[in-house]
Design a binder for this molecule. Structure first.
Ligand SMILES: [Fe+2]
Length: 484
């Protein structure tokens, strides 16, 4: 019998050339259609019911296991997490104008939102009577209509000392995603891959890290990406950059490592999609197809003369495993390259913390515990230990309960005091969400009194939190462009 299917393998990008529909954008567009139609038809009209059913279905798909979906209205841009929506298609200008008219900066849709609740939201946004003049009035309207799964908040004001344009690192993150997406699409279509683009965005990320060392780990902790290989590869690359920096690599070494991580799975372009996405055990034939992707990737990358030799080598070695128990099987064992061992580790960690159709994502601290079990067999034990040291007791993205009773998300590790990382507090002691989450350094002593401590980590689902949203906002606040 073949071994177990590659449990940590990630799904790959679609075979068609166009990008797949974005479920969050699709949900916004469906709500826009409802919003538009409730201004034309009575609420009982069949077309409204049809539109609402469509919006509800798309919302469930966009939630993808998360407890809530928050869409921000930032200066007329709709933003989900770290991502600006409608970058490559027309934005719903009418709906955005309605949000601006009512000074709404944030709409949160929670899992379980009914058609009636979505209808209430759209009717409130479409209300032109003058009764609803601002976000507070809309909130009251929603409360009166028992729409507890729908929330709106006012426009988020930027502190005076922050520049209006504060998303350059997010633009770099988006560019990196775009390059990775194009690379995988080209690989599938047998076209020339933009490997120079992959090197370029990696180099820019390394340069960003010289100004803000925590950039890569902060971005790698964003847990909203989909299941496509390109997104997984980007996150694996970010983890590698953070870890390489932690290990003391120089800029050139980091750029080579990051590029290798970005391109390590291009061989999956040669594996049938139904095999990559199969949630059950692979047949012998399918397993054979899957286990070819390392050397197929290496062969593809060897076509590019300007790539550092380590890049195809990492593609070839990333599943061999430190005890050679993985694949492909090699006739003559020799020491695996350090970048290959690092990419293997980042590959596994990111896969564990990613949502799959057949299992929820592990929290960062759970994923660290899992990779500890793989030390010696699959993963290099020294690297696993150092990786754990880098992430700390509570890795970025972990939801924690504080001694004060407040709920928080860890955003930055404190290597001197691992039990006291920097966090963003998101609820009060009674569990009520804060209107404006606040940053807290648990190592700071302030007025000399003992500060808050972490009582325990808690799964995001149990906490009813989307750490991705919190992390994205934190990265935006803390990674402003370097002053030139
Ligand atoms: Fe792989």
């Amino acid at each position: 019998m073949p071994p177990e299917p590659e449990g940590l393998a990630v799904a790959d990008p679609p075979v068609h050339e166009a990008a797949p529909p974005d479920p969050v954008e699709e949900t916004v567009l469906a709500l826009t259609r409802v919003w538009s139609d409730v201004r034309l038809y009575p609420v009982t009209h069949p077309v409204i019911a049809e539109r609402l059913a469509e919006a509800q279905t798309l919302l469930e798909s966009a939630l993808d296991g998360r407890p809530a979906l928050t869409i921000k209205n930032v200066d007329g841009d709709l933003v989900y997490g770290a991502r600006r929506l409608f970058r490559s298609r027309p934005r719903p200008a009418g709906l955005i104008a309605a949000l601006n008219r009512l000074s709404i900066g944030c709409v949160t849709l929670t899992r379980g939102a009914t058609a009636e609740e979505l209808s209430s939201l759209c009717r409130a946004l479409a209300e032109d009577s003058g009764d609803l003049s601002d976000s507070a009035a809309v909130r009251r309207y929603l409360e009166e209509h028992a729409a507890q799964h729908v929330e709106v908040d006012g426009l988020m004001l930027r502190p005076d000392d922050e520049p209006a344009e504060q998303l350059p690192v997010m633009q770099l993150y988006d560019s990196t995603m775009d390059v990775a997406r194009q690379v995988m699409q080209s690989a599938r279509l047998g076209q020339r891959m933009d490997v120079a683009g992959a090197q370029s965005v990696t180099s820019k990320m390394v340069a960003e890290m010289t100004q803000h060392p925590s950039t890569a780990l902060g971005l790698a902790s964003l847990r909203g990406h989909d299941e496509y290989t390109f997104a997984h590869s980007v996150h694996a690359a970010l983890l590698c950059l953070a870890f390489g920096d932690f290990l003391g690599m120089n800029e050139e070494e980091l750029t080579h490592l990051g590029t290798a991580a970005m391109l390590h799975d291009v061989g999956k372009a040669a594996v049938p999609i139904e095999v990559l996405r199969k949630p059950a055990k692979l047949s012998e034939v399918e397993w054979d197809q899957m286990t070819r992707h390392p050397w197929q990737g290496a062969l593809m990358l060897l076509e590019y003369e300007n790539l550092p030799p380590i890049v195809p080598l990492v593609a070839f070695e990333h599943h061999i495993g430190c005890s050679y128990s993985g694949y492909p099987k090699v006739a003559h064992r020799r020491e695996l390259s350090l970048p290959s061992l690092i990419v293997s580790l980042a590959d596994v960690y990111d896969a564990l913390t990613t949502h799959r159709p057949y299992r929820p994502p592990l929290s960062p601290d759970q994923a660290v515990a899992e990779i500890m079990k793989m030390a010696d067999t699959q993963l290099d034990p020294r690297l696993v230990g150092w990786f754990r040291d880098m992430l700390g007791v509570y890795p970025p993205g972990t939801c924690v309960v504080l001694s004060s009773g407040e709920l928080a998300v860890v955003c930055q590790t404190n290597h001197d005091q691992p039990e006291r990382p920097e966090v963003v507090i998101v609820t009060d002691a009674a569990g009520a969400p804060l209107q404006r989450p606040s940053d807290a350094d648990l190592a700071a002593t302030g007025d000399g009194r003992p500060g808050r401590t972490i009582v325990r980590a808690v799964p995001a689902v149990e906490a009813g939190l989307d750490p991705f949203q919190v992390m994205a906002a934190w990265v935006e606040r803390h990674h402003l462009p370097a002053k030139t």
